[in-house]
Design a protein around this ligand. Structure first.
Ligand SMILES: C[S@@+](CC[C@H](N)C(=O)[O-])C[C@H]1O[C@@H](n2cnc3c(N)ncnc32)[C@H](O)[C@@H]1O
Length: 254
């Protein structure tokens, strides 16, 4: 682990409370396609290390490292990072503790060929200003020709399919229900999770800011990044009217 002092204020409450259960309850089920998509992009170049913003418990970082790629993490949560480091292959992965919407230190500026945020992590920045700063920070971390990739909901799909209370398809078979509430007046939504943990019902709330692809493109443009690819998910399927998510790839001009 590197680069303390660390500002823990960016760490979400679920990370501190549930890091040891995160993989059982919350980890996204798209890991293979995410890893495949990113590994193929890394192969296209430019050469250089990869960085995951919000590396969490290592769901994506560790399989990428196992493929022989040099991949690092940046996360605000020491608890999530401890889980990553405890896994096979995790102890050698460099993870910096910090806020990924803050500017990089001099050693990390221009260092990476590929910076990415997966699992809806970018939208955890719940203001436009924080998202704008994150894109500027990602751009400053990239080498010329480097790419920044993120996944996000399409807001229309979020509104029509994603609100209300639904059981969560948990990787560990746990009892988790999620209630999503949209707050269109502030372009945010909250997810309230009710989790049965050892016979005890626990609650955690996560806040997100949703955005249209067009708004994201403008924020990226302000950071000097231009859109080079947009798909309907990590599988690489085309974006269509029935897509629920998009994966967007931006490039810093060479
Ligand atoms: C939903 S988890 C996803 C982890 C991983 N990307 C995955 O897909 O499995 C989001 C991670 O981002 C981290 N995080 C959220 N906001 C952050 C911020 N502003 N700066 C750094 N890390 C942040 C959390 O601590 C958590 O580990």
């Amino acid at each position: 682990m590197s680069a303390l002092p660390h500002d823990a204020s960016a760490s979400p409450s679920y990370a501190a409370l549930f890091a040891d259960r995160y993989d059982d309850w919350f980890a996204a089920s798209t890991t293979d396609s995410t890893v495949g998509f990113l590994a193929a992009l890394a192969k296209e170049g430019p050469p250089g290390p990869l960085l995951e913003l919000g590396s969490g418990t290592g769901r994506v970082v560790l399989p990428l490292a196992a493929l022989g790629l040099t991949v690092e993490g940046l996360d605000a949560s020491p608890e999530m990072t401890a889980q990553l480091h405890a896994k096979p292959g995790g102890s050698t992965v460099r993870v910096t503790l910090g806020d990924f919407s803050a500017p990089p230190g001099p050693a990390d500026a221009g260092r990476y060929a590929l910076v990415y945020a997966a699992g809806g992590t970018f939208a955890e920045l719940d203001t436009q200003e924080a998202q704008r700063r994150c894109l500027a920070s990602a751009a400053r971390r990239l080498r010329p020709g480097g790419r920044f990739v993120l996944d996000a909901h399409l807001p229309e799909a979020l509104a029509t399919l994603g609100s209300g209370t639904q059981p969560v398809d948990t990787p560990g078979g746990g009892f988790v229900f999620r209630t999503r509430t949209l707050h269109p007046a502030r372009q945010q939504y909250t997810s309230d999770y009710a989790v049965l943990d050892d016979g005890r019902m626990r609650h955690v709330r996560v806040s997100f800011r949703y955005f249209s692809p067009g708004e994201l493109d403008l924020l990226a443009e302000l950071a000097g990044l231009r859109l080079v690819r947009r798909t309907g998910g990590w599988s690489g399927r085309p974006l269509t009217d029935s897509s629920t998510h998009h994966v967007s790839v931006y490039q810093l001009p060479a």
